[in-house]
Design a protein around this ligand. Structure first.
Ligand SMILES: [Zn+2]
Length: 248
C-alpha cells in the first residue's frame, strides 16, 4: 500500500534540475493520510538516488556491513530476549517443571514424556502463569473458595467472575471444575513463578549486556564508513511552500 503526496508543504530542485524533491502530506488508496513523507518527483533522479541522513546518495551505495557472524550472534541473543519462554534450554524447562509439578507428577512425566499427560501439564503450567501474572494471590485464593461452593460460574462474584471469564477466553472453558484446576495450579505455583520471573529478569539483563558488546564490535568500523559515505552525499535544502499561493 503506497502513499502519495497530495499536499506539498516544502520543496526544492532535484540534483539534475528537471524535477523536484517534495515534502508534505500523503494519502493511500484507502484515504488514510500521514504527514512528513518525502519523494523525489523526477523520473531521472528517482532512478539514480535514494534518501539518506543528510541528503541524497547513489541508489546502489552500500549500507554498512560488519562481521556477519557477529550479526548472527546478535540475532540469536535478541530472539532469546524477545521469546524467552519459547527458547528455554532443556535444563531451564526441567527446573520449571520440577518446581511446578508435584513429585508424583514429575515422576510420571519423566517415565513417559510422550503421553498426553505431559502436554496437559505443560499447558496447565503456562495457563496458570497467565493467572499468576494478572491476579494477586489473595484474589486467586478467594476465587478458589468461591468455586468450591458454587455450582455454576455465573454465580461467581467480582474478581472470581472475572477470572472465570478470563478462563473461558484463555483456556476455552468456563466449567467450574476446569477453572478450579487452573486456579489450584496458579496458587501452588505462585511463589515459584515469582522466583522464575526474577531469574528471567537477571538472565535477560545479562543477555542485553552481551548484545551491547556484540553491537559495539559489529559497528567498530562504522565511523570510517560514515566518513567515506559523507563524501558521496548530495545535500538538499527544502523551502517551505507559501500556502496562500498554493493550489489545492
Ligand atoms: Zn532530477
Amino acid at each position: 500500500m503506497s502513499y502519495e503526496i497530495y499536499r506539498v508543504t516544502a520543496r526544492c530542485k532535484c540534483p539534475c534540475g528537471k524535477g523536484e524533491i517534495i515534502y508534505g502530506k500523503s494519502m493511500n488508496d484507502w484515504n488514510q493520510t500521514r504527514d512528513g513523507d518525502i519523494e523525489i518527483d523526477c523520473s531521472e533522479c528517482s532512478k539514480k538516488f535514494k534518501f539518506t541522513e543528510g541528503g541524497l546518495i547513489d541508489i546502489n551505495y552500500p549500507d554498512y556491513y560488519g562481521d556477519p557472524d557477529i550479526k548472527k550472534q546478535m540475532r540469536i541473543i535478541q530472539d532469546r530476549i524477545w521469546n524467552y519462554k519459547y527458547r528455554m534450554t532443556q535444563d531451564e524447562k526441567d527446573e520449571r517443571l520440577k518446581a511446578y509439578l508435584t513429585t508424583e507428577e514429575y515422576a510420571a512425566l519423566i517415565a513417559d514424556p510422550e503421553t498426553k499427560l505431559v502436554s496437559d501439564f505443560i499447558s496447565e503450567m503456562f495457563n496458570a502463569e497467565y493467572f499468576i501474572e494478572k491476579y494477586s494471590l489473595q484474589e486467586l485464593i478467594k476465587a478458589q473458595k468461591e468455586i468450591k461452593i458454587k455450582r455454576y460460574s455465573t454465580e461467581l462474584t467480582e474478581k472470581s467472575l472475572e477470572i472465570a471469564i478470563d478462563h473461558k477466553r484463555v483456556c476455552n472453558s468456563i466449567k467450574l471444575s476446569n477453572i478450579l484446576k487452573t486456579v489450584n495450579r496458579a496458587i501452588r505455583n505462585y511463589d515459584a513463578y515469582q522466583r522464575f520471573c526474577d531469574k528471567e529478569k537477571e538472565i535477560k539483563a545479562q543477555l542485553k549486556i552481551q548484545y551491547e558488546e556484540l553491537k559495539k564490535e559489529y559497528y567498530k568500523n562504522y565511523e570510517t564508513y560514515s566518513i567515506e559515505k559523507r563524501k558521496h552525499i548530495i545535500p538538499y535544502a527544502l523551502i517551505p511552500v507559501n500556502r496562500s499561493k498554493q493550489r489545492e
